[in-house]
Write a protein that binds this ligand. Structure first.
Ligand SMILES: C[S@@+](CC[C@H](N)C(=O)[O-])C[C@H]1O[C@@H](n2cnc3c(N)ncnc32)[C@H](O)[C@@H]1O
Length: 481
């Protein structure tokens, strides 16, 4: 290896322990177009967050800034979208470390790393064992990418590696791909180290809310990943219950948006990838709204906003399949070795009841460890209520008529990729698409500027399991008149 991965993997282990933390074709033709944020709506962020605005904006006077704004928004949009390639690279690294479908080597999740480290009193021996597992996983990964045999994750891996100039049909191409993956692994582990340090510093701070504020923009310099899991959807359902109890729900909850639906490629906690790629959040939100009797299914419409072509293509494919009457099956594996809290287990057990019926789950390989399995077959009519749109919420919005505006916007694990200036722009875009009384629910703190119509009104904290930090806080923002 180009570096000893033992220490870095140990750092990853600490991080993971600490941070445990997508209408069918007819509808597509009526799709509203995304517009860039006008200068007037960005003015508060430019004025109040002057120390965070990019240099190329800071150097201009008001007239020049206003003239340059349309060009800047397009450049900034391209820069954000360029971050997807690095997020894809991160996904490949997660697959390499945690995947079970291509290798018999142990997964390098936090718990497995701890097991390997704990198996020897000599840290050098434990480090060598971690390096040996990583090396063997790399060999198996390259073999699978060279011959994907229809496996979608490895078809993706192969196209990503070939696009980077590594012809996997040759020995030399495989050698280059292997070296590239090692560099990507080293980069990811270094980032993880840095982020771990940032969180530790914030946790030591005496400023109230410093840790949550730091976590809320933690990935501002990272690639845009598409990872998703079930857990944040439980937190959203709990937030909806709390809002109902507090009498803070809007009268109607039928126009709903999910920002950043994500795609379950291989998550960095359990690393399961023994089932087809899937998206969860749009279905989870519909399921919660119906279970809590907050929406009438015949009127419910859910729009997704995402910058990822992969996520958007997946969601469009779901719509096309639903138009042919084909169901969508969600696999819901649950790590049996984690001590989950009872309310989360109850959510997992009942997930999907209002939108489908239980289905025989796909079997997990032995390498996946102890895992409880559930699957839900979603009825096609629910997939047809989802309208996927390509939209960069930091820089774009839909220009909607009043009766088209959203009652509820859900955005989990999205704003974490942006700094305060970008989050303030996103907030301006979201409020322009929301109805008075509408709600935005996020697990990242947003930036309220003077004049903002989106205002913090409360929060819900939930723990998923007994593991430290395996929890979320959902912040509630209400759109005023
Ligand atoms: C880490 S995933 C989160 C998925 C899901 N919301 C969850 O919590 O499990 C982030 C998602 O946000 C999308 N995303 C990132 N930046 C975005 C932006 N500026 N506008 C719209 N979508 C964005 C990504 O493409 C990805 O689908």
């Amino acid at each position: 290896m180009e570096h000893s991965s033992g220490n870095r993997l140990r750092a990853l282990s600490c991080w993971l322990a600490a941070a445990a933390c997508c209408a069918h074709i007819a509808a597509q033709s009526r799709r509203p177009q995304a517009a860039f944020i006008p200068f007037e709506d960005a003015r508060p962020a430019l004025q109040h967050l002057a120390n965070l605005i990019p240099d190329e904006l800071r150097r201009k006077d008001a007239t020049a800034l206003s003239a340059f704004w349309p060009e800047w928004t397009r450049q900034a949009d391209a820069r954000i979208r360029a971050r997807l390639a690095q997020g894809d690279e991160d996904s490949l690294v997660n697959l390499l470390l945690f995947g079970t479908s291509f290798t018999t080597q142990p997964r390098l999740t936090a718990r497995q790393i701890e097991t390997i480290i704990g198996s020897s009193a000599d840290s050098a021996v434990a480090g060598s064992r971690l390096d040996a597992v990583t090396e063997a996983r790399l060999d198996d990964f390259i073999r699978a990418a060279a011959q994907p045999n229809g496996r979608e994750r490895f078809l993706f891996a192969r196209s990503a590696l070939v696009a980077r100039g590594f012809p996997l049909e040759t020995v030399e191409g495989q050698r280059q791909a292997r070296a590239y993956l090692l560099r990507a692994l080293a980069r990811v582990l270094k980032e993880v180290d840095t982020l771990h340090g940032l969180i530790a510093d914030a946790e030591r701070s005496e400023t109230p809310g410093a840790a949550f504020a730091t976590r809320s923009g933690l990935y501002r310099a990272r690639g845009l990943a598409s990872d998703t899991s079930l857990a944040p959807n439980f937190a959203i359902e709990e937030a909806l219950k709390s809002l109902r109890a507090a009498g803070r729900l809007p009268v109607s909850m039928h126009r709903v948006a999910v920002v950043g639906a994500g795609l379950d490629f291989v998550d960095k906690q359990e690393g399961y990838e023994f089932y087809p790629l899937q998206t969860l959040q749009p279905f989870a939100v519909i399921d919660s709204l119906l279970r809590l009797r907050l929406a009438d299914r015949s009127r419910l419409r859910l729009t997704t906003f995402d910058v990822s072509p992969r996520v958007n293509a997946h969601l469009r494919e779901i719509g096309a399949r639903s138009a042919k009457g084909q169901p969508y099956v969600l696999q819901l594996p649950l790590d049996a070795s984690e001590v989950w809290r009872a309310p989360f287990v109850a959510y997992w057990s009942g997930f999907g009841d209002t939108i489908g019926r239980p289905e025989k789950p796909l079997a997990a390989p032995a390498t996946a460890g102890a895992v409880k399995l559930r699957a839900v077959r979603v009825r096609p009519e629910f997939a047809a209520t989802i309208e996927p749109l390509d939209l960069n919420v930091v820089l774009q919005r839909l220009e909607l008529a009043q009766d088209e505006k959203f009652d509820l916007v859900i955005a989990t694990n999205v704003f974490v990729y942006y700094n305060e200036f970008e989050r303030a722009l996103a907030m301006a875009n979201l409020q322009s698409m929301m109805r008075p009384g509408g709600l935005l629910l996020s697990n990242n703190a947003l930036v309220e500027l003077p004049g903002s119509r989106l205002r913090f009104i409360g929060e819900t904290s939930v723990a998923y399991s007994e593991r430290k930090d395996n929890r979320d806080t959902i912040v509630w923002y209400e759109c005023s008149d």
